[in-house]
Design a protein around this ligand. Structure first.
Ligand code: PEP
Ligand code: MG
Length: 576
């Protein structure tokens, strides 16, 4: 039995057998083939090439239909590589003369060619390197089978162990028999972790060496509450966790009874508890947990796990469904926040050294008005089916906000000229998640109807701590005095300007922080659905006066450690 400590990413306990998901690199084995198998090996290669070509032609067709020829150029380049006789010959020769297995022949050839292009020093030539690399991976995927298909064909429930996962992988687990996951890398506010909480899959991330400590098939206990993972537990430990698992289920079903109870402090102050969702399939859970609307709809998840972009109709149907079901409660649709840890390989954005500081969120949309306009059209069309609001992510200054609004205006005019219905007075707000926006919130408040504080990013950018990096996770401090000052400042500014302010970062779902945020005057808390009943219970047991007192006191401490100690002592006092 081994016990490992990581970062508690998604609550609950899972007990099951380990399944390894090695998505980082293909496991390419090199071996010599028998001379008599040369033809069979070449046949496998040719088949994989044909399949890859077919896939590329199909993707290109869809892209051309949805956003036009210009954006499909990348696929032309990939098809050219596949049709290049030199490329094909090189691999054939490796199989025929060096007697290499096809997977290795493809891998080594694409590595060699792309490295040669990169080293050429010519930027145009080195762009070809990524085409070769992508094509090589596509062929390999077709030779080896897709890992996801393996996940899809699982017959029994498993706990996934991986060095790292992408948010798209977690999204995929929704449909599979994955009851928990553990990773070497990642932080609590990475989208992989956020998604796990939405799907109610217990998870521990940032374990640093879990993939070295476990073997496929090992029995694992994942304790997503404490961040503990136990490999091959002894019998008494296993029994203890099985009991704990049952207890958690009972507590959760008790809390869910609070579904229709008002969210009101003991002295009668009302706030709204809303749900964060990543897709329409989560709306039922939001309603069942008593959320009074959707405070954050992360629309980018519709763009992941696919080789094309979702079209206007597909998006419209998804937004309409959510807005309609939640009616009369509001649904805040956050416009596309791709980039950072949510990337799309097929958009062919050039790789960035610092993706979190790069072309993500609203920046990407302003760079690609073609994609943004389709997205906005779908949102606006859905706005007549309920109470829909629009929210821009990652706004860092006034010009960006004005530019986004200008594009929105253009889309509104296009819809009007076509006679398409939409809510002309749809509310538009912004996320406050970049420190510059927090600092100039007074200017921004004049141009927008509401704010929502995105603490996941606000903390990352204020403290210069990559939210997905487990090595520095200990420095990711929501209670850092600088973060609290920013939050307090933004709340006051919003109220002075007469606009409402909520919070949709993970901080809004942490029981320890709730009294302080309430005392600072937050109007709305938005969180993963499973947290709604827990937070409701906390708010119902505190008075606003008391919360205000706490919020004032914490501002006098100079470190996160002191603030945390103070809040924990208060919590204990209240519990006794
Ligand atoms: C945030 O940054 O706090 C937020 C809610 O957005 P996301 O986690 O999707 O970046
Ligand atoms: Mg964010």
């Amino acid at each position: 039995m081994i016990e490992l400590k990581g970062i508690a990413a998604s609550p609950g306990i899972a007990i099951g057998r380990t399944f390894f998901l090695d998505k980082e690199e293909f496991a390419i084995k090199k071996h010599k083939i028998d001379k008599k198998n040369i033809d069979a090996e070449i046949f496998r290669f040719n088949e994989a090439v044909d399949k890859s070509r077919f896939e590329l032609v199909e993707i290109k067709k869809k892209i051309v239909e949805s956003i036009g020829h210009k954006n499909a150029k990348i696929f032309d380049a990939h098809i050219l590589v596949l049709n290049d006789p030199l490329f094909i010959e090189k691999i054939h020769n490796r199989i025929k003369t060096e007697l290499l297995n096809v997977e290795y022949a493809v891998w080594i050839t694409t590595e060699e060619l792309s490295n040669a292009f990169i080293q050429s020093g010519d930027s145009l030539v080195s762009e070809r390197a990524s085409d070769i690399h992508d094509v090589g991976r596509r062929i390999l995927r077709n030779l080896l089978g897709n890992e996801r298909e393996i996940l899809a064909s699982l017959q029994e429930e498993v706990i996934v162990a991986a060095a790292d996962l992408a948010p798209s992988d977690t999204a995929q687990m929704r449909k599979e028999k994955v009851i928990g996951f553990v990773t070497d890398m990642g932080g609590r506010t990475s989208h992989v972790a956020i998604m796990a909480r939405s799907l109610e899959i217990p998870a521990v991330v940032g374990l640093k060496e879990i993939t070295e400590k476990v073997e496929p098939g090992d029995l694992l206990i994942v304790d997503g509450n404490s961040g503990t993972v136990i490999v091959n537990p002894e019998n008494d430990v296993l029994k203890k966790y099985e009991k704990e698992k049952k207890k958690i289920r009972v507590v959760a079903s008790e809390l869910i009874k609070l579904k229709d109870v008002m969210v009101r402090t003991v002295d009668g102050h009302e706030v709204r508890l809303m749900a964060n969702i990543e897709g329409p399939e989560e709306i039922e859970s939001a309603i069942n947990h008593g959320a009074e609307g959707v405070g954050l709809y992360r629309t980018e998840f519709l763009y992941l796990n696919r080789s094309d972009l979702p079209g206007e109709e597909e998006q419209f149907e998804a937004y309409k469904y959510v807005v309609d079901l939640m009616k009369p409660h509001p649904v805040t649709i956050r416009t596309l926040d791709l980039g950072g840890d949510k990337f799309l390989s097929h958009l062919n954005l050039s790789p960035e050294i610092n993706p979190s500081l790069g072309c993500r969120g609203i920046r990407l949309c302003l760079n690609r008005p073609d994609i943004f306009k389709i997205h906005l059209r779908a949102i606006l069309r859905a706005s007549i089916f309920g109470n829909l609001k629009i929210m821009y992510p990652l706004i860092s200054g006034i010009e960006e906000l004005k530019r986004a609004n200008q594009i929105l205006e253009e889309v509104k005019q296009e819809l009007t000229s076509k006679g398409t219905e939409f809510n002309r007075d749809v509310e538009v707000g912004i996320m406050i998640e970049v420190p510059s926006a927090a600092i100039i919130a007074d200017f921004l408040a004049k141009e927008t109807r509401f704010f929502s504080i995105g603490t996941n990013d606000l903390i990352q950018y204020s403290l210069a701590i990559d939210r997905v990096n487990e090595k520095i996770a200990y420095l990711y401090e929501p209670l850092h005095p600088s973060v609290l000052r920013l939050i307090k400042g933004v709340i006051d500014t919003a109220h002075n300007a007469g606009i409402e302010i909520g919070m949709c970062g993970e901080m809004a779902s942490d029981p320890l922080f709730i009294p302080v945020l309430l005392g600072m005057g937050l109007d709305e808390f938005s969180m993963g659905s499973i947290s709604v009943p827990v937070i409701k219970e906390i708010i119902r047991n505190i008075s606003l006066v008391e919360a205000k007192g706490l919020a004032e006191k914490v501002m006098n401490f100079s470190s996160a450690g002191e603030i945390e100690e103070f809040l924990r002592t208060q919590l204990k006092k209240n519990q006794t």
